[in-house]
Ligand binder design. Structure first.
Ligand code: AFP
Length: 294
């Protein structure tokens, strides 16, 4: 089954938007070979932007503006929420290229999208859909519109073909722990030691979207915790934590900041960061229990 057929179960504007983004991601994929160089500009977080980052951001902004479906667009690469004159009222959050520091070493990176009706500065649980496209050996598109999590593969003819429907996160024993161990907070250290004692294996690539994709299929947990000096961690609530947390929750997992569901947080600003724990319910309950008892 093709993506366009699968999306027939969604509202028309949502269907058109997901298809529009799927097309933009084909364009982004096509730029990988020719746009490897580093640009000399920095994004709002003071990070050096890759040429491909900036270009992917431009591709998506331009396509979403032209779609007539999107009113608000928040991008990890932009300091403010963009507002378009549009018939539609959809709000989009996007990380155009997550894991961009891996582009130069040919590891998997991805595009992460959250979709709201209206205001994007809303709790993640108000999303109507979320998706990511992973650019690995294959290009895959994973989406949820609150009716299960489904995965498609881009075939040589340029069509997204259904690979797996209604994905459920299994139990597993891998963990992807971000941040430096010497800077862990006590509750987090206790949790990590517990997972290690249970035989969890490390799988951390530096690309959040790729690491969570593996966990969605094999079970386990991804974390980029708060740590000493940066108690809110590194990842952004709007662009990374919420959309991916929404997808994994819809697949039967959970998403937490270590104390509660991140999808319940009302964002105060576009660039808000949050500690992130995303994966199986058991692992997430364990960190929340440890932090509650501390
Ligand atoms: P980039 O998109 O700047 O490469 O950042 C990737 C990321 O936000 C996330 O995808 C990774 O899990 C995390 O940063 C890796 O951070 P460290 O480099 O601190 O391990």
């Amino acid at each position: 089954m093709l993506l366009e057929q699968h999306l027939e179960r969604c509202d028309n504007d949502l269907r058109l938007l997901i298809l529009r983004i799927a097309e933009s991601c084909k364009t982004i994929r096509s730029g990988f070979a020719s746009r490897q160089a580093c640009s000399d500009t920095e994004n709002v977080y003071g990070e050096k932007q890759m040429a491909l980052d900036k270009w992917a951001d431009e591709v998506l902004i331009s396509d979403l503006r032209a779609s007539g479906l999107v009113k608000y667009l928040a991008s990890e690469e932009q300091p403010e929420i963009l507002e378009f004159k549009s018939k539609g009222n959809l709000g989009v959050t996007m990380d155009p290229l997550d894991g961009s520091s891996l582009i130069g070493v040919n590891l998997a990176v991805g595009t992460i999208i959250g979709i709201f009706r209206g205001n994007v500065l809303s709790p993640g649980r108000e999303m109507v859909a979320a998706m990511y496209v992973l650019y690995g050996p294959l290009t895959t598109l994973t989406y949820t519109a609150r009716k299960g999590v489904h995965e498609f593969v881009l075939n040589p003819e340029g069509n997204y073909v259904l690979q797996e429907e209604n994905i459920r996160i299994p139990e597993g024993n891998i963990f992807a722990p971000g941040a430096l161990r010497k800077e862990y907070l006590p509750g987090h250290l206790k949790w990590i030691e517990r997972l290690e004692s249970e035989g969890y294996k490390i799988r951390f690539s530096g690309s959040f979207v790729a690491d969570v994709h593996q966990i969605l299929h094999k079970g386990g947990v991804f974390t980029y915790p708060g740590f000493r000096g940066k108690e809110n961690g590194k990842l952004r609530l709007l662009f990374e934590g919420n959309p991916i947390g929404f997808i994994v929750t819809e697949a039967g997992g959970a998403a937490s900041n270590g104390r509660g569901n991140i999808l319940e947080i009302k964002p105060e600003k576009v660039s808000q960061r949050t500690p992130v724990y995303i994966g199986g319910k058991r692992e997430i309950k364990l960190i929340e229990d440890i932090n509650r008892e501390a």
